[in-house]
Design a protein around this ligand. Structure first.
Ligand code: PLP
Length: 406
């Protein structure tokens, strides 16, 4: 018997365990110091009342013989797929149809599982810094090659540097990639891609017969009307892109679990329909998202659900604005946080990501996320999240200001 040898090559998930270790050490040394986290990528506001009400109704249905539901359709219930199409696509002039939408238990699973459709020989391109799931799942599948501890890079991946110079949006490379992960609004940098930038990527993918995996988990945070919410706003994208969406950050579903993936009928490679392949994959390996959860997701699109989820996002958006201003007042240069929940702050001159993390933890009692944890190009940055408690923000920002001597 042999195990999948690729797992042995993957370094431990160092970032969040190391943060937890340093925070635990600090709080045991200074038990009376209040620690405020601006590091978390999880929502903190409760589910909107419209969602709770829909869930309770669905729970009651499950307790009655006449309305009980067993296994549902693997692709998701039509009521949810039709609602999604109407609100997220048709309302914006995008011709996605319900049979192209696959309901899941969240974008993380889909990000990882979608790799089942691709050959191990494909060249995969990822941004640097990056949401680590894209890298690790390709490493598990054997598409990433070998990991180099010195550089923090995998031998077979094509890295797309996202730096201040390119506004944290990668240019299309000279080399050919087969599968490209793009995430906008971006985690961790908070950058958004313009229509022109996404058009370049779609043109690149069409020219190279490549596929873009477009992660739009944070699209609900876009307020600038010029910024696309979906890759399918770009002509031709239905021939080269799969889009991943999530109710996690849109509606507080991180613990409830629901997302969806769009695989257009027009998407074909090697004479095969990727929609048919994904349908085959899902109906073999996935038995659907809970009925109760799909009813909860449907409620997000009701007028009350929309008003309530928007109100929550507004709270996070205000947090982001306060963090931006507060950090600028503390003398830092900040990026992101305008159409995204994440703020990407440059570390003070001459200080590294971890050094800045330690300074803010020890001097301000504030937890951040060191940018280098998302990839080598994240060195020199820290990520701050707007998902925290707004009541604690003024204190956190005042302490950061004091810690940085402003
Ligand atoms: N994609 C990105 C870029 C994320 O940051 C996250 C969560 O943090 C996810 C996907 C996963 O979302 P979900 O909760 O739907 O699995």
């Amino acid at each position: 018997m042999k195990v999948n040898e690729n797992y042995a090559k993957i370094p431990g998930s160092y970032l969040f365990s190391e943060i937890a270790r340093r925070v635990a050490a600090f709080s045991s040394a200074y038990p009376r110091r209040e620690i405020i986290s601006l590091g978390i990528g999880d929502v903190t506001l409760p589910l909107p009342p419209a969602v709770i009400e829909a869930m309770q109704k669905a729970v009651a249905e499950m307790g009655e013989a006449a309305t009980f539901r067993g296994y549902g359709p693997e692709q998701g219930y039509a009521f949810l797929r039709e609602t999604i199409v109407e609100h997220d696509f048709a309302a914006h002039g995008i011709g996605i149809t319900p049979d192209e939408v696959f309901i899941s238990d969240g974008a993380k699973s889909d990000c990882g599982n979608i790799g089942d459709l691709f050959s191990v020989d494909n060249r995969v391109a990822v941004c640097d810094p990056v949401y680590p799931v894209y890298v690790d799942t390709n490493a598990m599948a054997g598409r990433a090659g070998d990991y180099d501890k010195e550089t923090g890079r995998w031998s077979n991946l094509l890295y797309l540097p996202c730096m201040k110079e390119n506004g944290f949006v990668p240019k299309v490379p000279q080399e050919k990639a087969d599968v490209i992960y793009l995430c906008f609004p971006n985690n961790p940098t908070g950058a958004v891609a313009t229509r022109e930038q996404l058009t370049e990527w779609v043109d690149y993918a069409l020219y190279n017969n490549a596929i873009i995996l477009f992660d739009a988990a944070y699209e609900a945070f876009i307020t600038d009307p010029a910024i696309p919410h979906s890759i399918y706003e770009i002509p031709g994208a239905e021939h080269c892109a799969i889009e991943l969406r999530s109710f996690s950050k849109t509606a507080g579903f991180t613990g409830t679990r629901c997302g969806y993936t769009v695989v257009p009928n027009a998407l074909e490679r090697d004479g095969q329909s990727l929609r048919a392949m994904w349908n085959r994959r899902q109906s073999t390996k996935f038995n659907g998202t809970a009925y109760i959860v799909q009813r909860a997701a449907e409620a997000v699109y009701t007028p009350e659900g929309q008003a309530q989820t928007r109100a929550n996002i507004e709270i996070y958006r205000n947090n982001a604005e306060q963090i931006r201003r507060g950090l600028e007042g503390a003398g830092l240069t900040v990026h992101g946080g305008k159409n995204a929940p994440y703020i990407w702050a440059e570390t003070p001159a001459g200080m590294g990501s971890w050094e800045t993390f330690d300074l803010l933890l020890h001097e301000a009692g504030v937890v951040t996320t060191p940018g280098v944890g998302f990839g080598p190009c994240g060195e020199g940055y820290i990520r701050l999240s707007s998902f925290g408690d707004p009541k604690k923000l003024p204190t956190a920002l005042m302490r950061i200001r004091a810690a940085l001597g402003k």
